[in-house]
Write a protein of this length. Structure first.
Length: 676
């Protein structure tokens, strides 16, 4: 991140200025007759089935534009007020060459089209644009295709024909010429879109371009210009208010802070706060929060509510976390508005296509609201989100069917999604909830982890299930260790399954603490083997009960950071003499009941009425619930649940590699693993 970008430079390549950012891979671009730039950006088809997947797209790359591509899950919604939306989404593919058809001897409609080439599906599209406010709206038309036709580039020839090439990656390259043989109306020098364009649209485009001329550092603007820009922050045209914010951000904040914070127009105030959050000192944060809180949230449309919540997010992202009192107050203020309900579409908001379904203002608002409320540790958000995860998923198969029909033979990812596509809102809610550490009920935690078992059955791209596993793992690690076993025992999460364990080479011996310490003093500092240490972690069965570096069971403590708690002597004693010091958190209890039964195990949960014992440290599903009224006696065990003689099967190198592995915190670059 931030991935692809477009820059302006001089012919010598000495002076560079970033013009537009937030792309995955903008392969080609071209200017229209109005001097506006359009780029064709790539997708990452492995992410299909996730709410952060974005298809290939054409964008109007205006001055200072940001399109929000980030690595993995970090992509921005196209609805964010601090970014701009795509002109049109195309779908999965591999963007290559692009150009306008100016100079072709084609009918006017096609002479003015923007031609884009897709290498993967052998399709060239004609993108037909019409002015819309200060920007454009567009429709796509399949102009030509063949299977196979690995397109590479397209250009207009001096003879008025359209030329394109194919090839790449070892395929036979070819050159094609496209001519028009029917009756046509020859374009004159004035663009037809200008002829049909309304006076209002021309005025808006001219205003945007005037503002974009101010996108430079070092320009000294007058107070009148500053006031005009602040006013334009509330313009109904999204590209104009965006351009106005970028222009202000090139000016010292002291010149426009008061003008923004005194604004009565909600849109201008919200967008001005976004600019100040990005550029001002963090000391301004309390005033920015107060300004946003002063807006009547309930009276806003869903689109404006989204803008406000995103502004609040940026105030915290850029200026720091709020104190506990502020977080609690804001959570209570915005909690009643989640989940937002759909409302009729009004105004001139630009519609966007997102992951094959139209993301409404309410859906986008629910995404950002859920993010903010989790961040603020809302007391109710976990229960609300889990309730939404329990619902039957919403399907949008029509769009996917259209996609499959267009992309003949694309493969299993899209085909399977027709009947079994993921619910994108649910995936987002699960992703956001992974960070919530407080204000959970046990029942909601169990339901949350059960959701992953449902979601794993849905179909997506190559990364879909890997993303789910990472979300599951992060949520699991963010949960208190004392709850992990209880969640698994309740069926909320599939327990860690031990693969076939490797065996040490040996020969071993009856190791003592003194022998291991002496050996480590001589040979632990260098020359150890990280991979062999990891192997010994499994061979000694440590992995069955303990997580290390994200892998392993959960009945014992996570050992990844043990180097921060144990020195070498403490670690060695804990392994060889586990009964010497037993943590209260992991101490076993012997429980005798009135009917003569005896149980030995670790208490993993306790209520007013019963205790739950884990009776097998190697199997988190082996638990027993004991009513408190039936307990005759409960005695702390003086024997550790951890087995003795774990090191005895290992030879000298295996012992040393295991110790180095445990002390490394999972870092294979630790000096202990250097050979010299």
């Amino acid at each position: 991140a931030p991935g692809g970008w477009i820059a302006k430079t001089d012919p010598e390549g000495k002076s560079w200025e970033i013009f537009s950012i937030g792309y995955r891979n903008p392969y080609d671009m071209d200017f229209n007759r109005n001097g506006d730039l359009f780029a064709y950006d790539a997708d990452m088809e492995w992410d299909i089935g996730t709410p952060w997947y974005r298809p290939t797209r054409v964008v109007h790359a205006s001055s200072g534009s940001e399109f929000g591509w980030r690595s993995g899950t970090g992509k921005w919604l196209p609805n964010y007020p601090d970014s701009l939306p795509p002109l049109i989404d195309i779908g999965p593919g591999s963007p290559v060459g692009a150009c306008f058809g100016y100079g072709t001897k084609f009918p006017k409609k096609y002479e003015q089209a923007f031609y884009i080439c897709d290498w993967t599906f052998g399709t060239m599209y004609a993108i037909h644009m019409q002015p819309s406010g200060s920007t454009y709206k567009a429709i796509k038309e399949e102009f030509l295709s063949r299977t196979p036709l690995p397109l590479t580039d397209v250009a207009v020839g001096p003879d008025g024909a359209l030329y394109f090439t194919s090839g790449g990656r070892g395929t036979q390259s070819e050159l094609f010429r496209v001519i028009y043989t029917g009756n046509r109306e020859i374009s004159d020098n004035e663009p037809a879109d200008n002829k049909s364009e309304s006076a209002a649209a021309k005025k808006l485009r001219a205003e945007r371009k005037r503002i974009e001329q101010l996108h430079h550092d070092g320009l000294k603007l007058t107070s009148e210009q500053i006031r005009h820009l602040v006013k334009q922050l509330g313009n109904e045209d999204r590209f104009i208010r965006y351009a106005a914010r970028i222009a202000l951000e090139h000016q010292p904040t002291e010149l426009w802070t008061e003008a923004v914070l005194s604004q009565k127009n909600n849109g201008a105030l919200i967008n001005g706060v976004i600019g100040l959050a990005r550029q001002a000192e963090s000391t301004l944060q309390p005033r920015l929060i107060a300004a946003l809180e002063g807006i009547d949230f309930a009276a806003l449309s869903n689109a404006k509510k989204l803008d406000l919540i995103r502004a609040m997010q940026l105030v915290f992202i850029r200026m720091g976390k709020p104190d506990e009192a502020t977080a609690s107050r804001l959570a209570a203020k915005y909690d009643p508005f989640f989940p937002a309900r759909e409302e009729p579409e009004t105004g001139d908001r630009q519609q966007v296509e997102w992951a094959y379904s139209k993301l409404s203002d309410a859906q986008a608002l629910n995404r950002v609201l859920s993010e903010l409320l989790v961040y603020l540790n809302s007391r109710t958000i976990s229960h609300k989100l889990v309730a939404l995860l329990k619902k039957e998923p919403k399907r949008g198969g029509g769009k996917l069917n259209d996609l499959l029909a267009r992309n003949r033979g694309y493969g299993s990812a899209i085909a399977a999604m027709i009947d079994n596509q993921p619910d994108l809102q649910q995936v987002h809610y699960a992703f956001i909830l992974r960070n919530l550490k407080q204000n959970w009920s046990f029942e909601d935690r169990v339901a949350y982890f059960k959701w992953f078992q449902k979601a794993m059955k849905w179909s997506g791209g190559n990364s879909y299930r890997k993303f789910l596993k990472n979300i599951d793992d992060e949520a699991y690690l963010n949960m208190p260790e004392s709850l992990r076993i209880a969640i698994e025992a309740a069926g909320g999460r599939v327990p860690f399954a031990v693969a076939e364990l490797p065996k040490p080479k040996g020969p071993g011996k009856d190791w003592t603490v003194e022998e291991v310490l002496k050996l480590a003093d001589e040979k632990l500092k260098r020359g150890r083997d990280f991979k062999n240490g990891k192997k010994m972690f499994a061979a000694t069965r440590c992995i069955v009960c303990h997580r290390f570096n994200g892998d392993g069971g959960a009945t014992g403590p996570d050992l990844t950071q043990l180097a921060g708690r144990f020195n070498l002597k403490d670690l060695t004693e804990a392994i060889i003499e586990p009964d010497k010091v037993i943590s209260d958190q992991y101490r076993a209890m012997q429980v005798l009941t009135e009917d003569g039964k005896s149980y030995v195990g670790r208490i993993i949960s306790e209520t007013d009425d019963q205790i739950t014992l884990l009776i097998d440290p190697e199997d988190s599903t082996k638990i027993v619930d004991i009513p408190k009224k039936s307990i005759d006696e409960s005695i702390p065990s003086q024997t550790s649940l951890m087995p003795k003689k774990l090191l005895n099967p290992l030879n000298e190198n295996e012992v040393l590699d295991l110790l180095a592995y445990l002390l490394s915190r999972g870092n294979p670059q630790d000096p202990m693993f250097r050979k010299k």
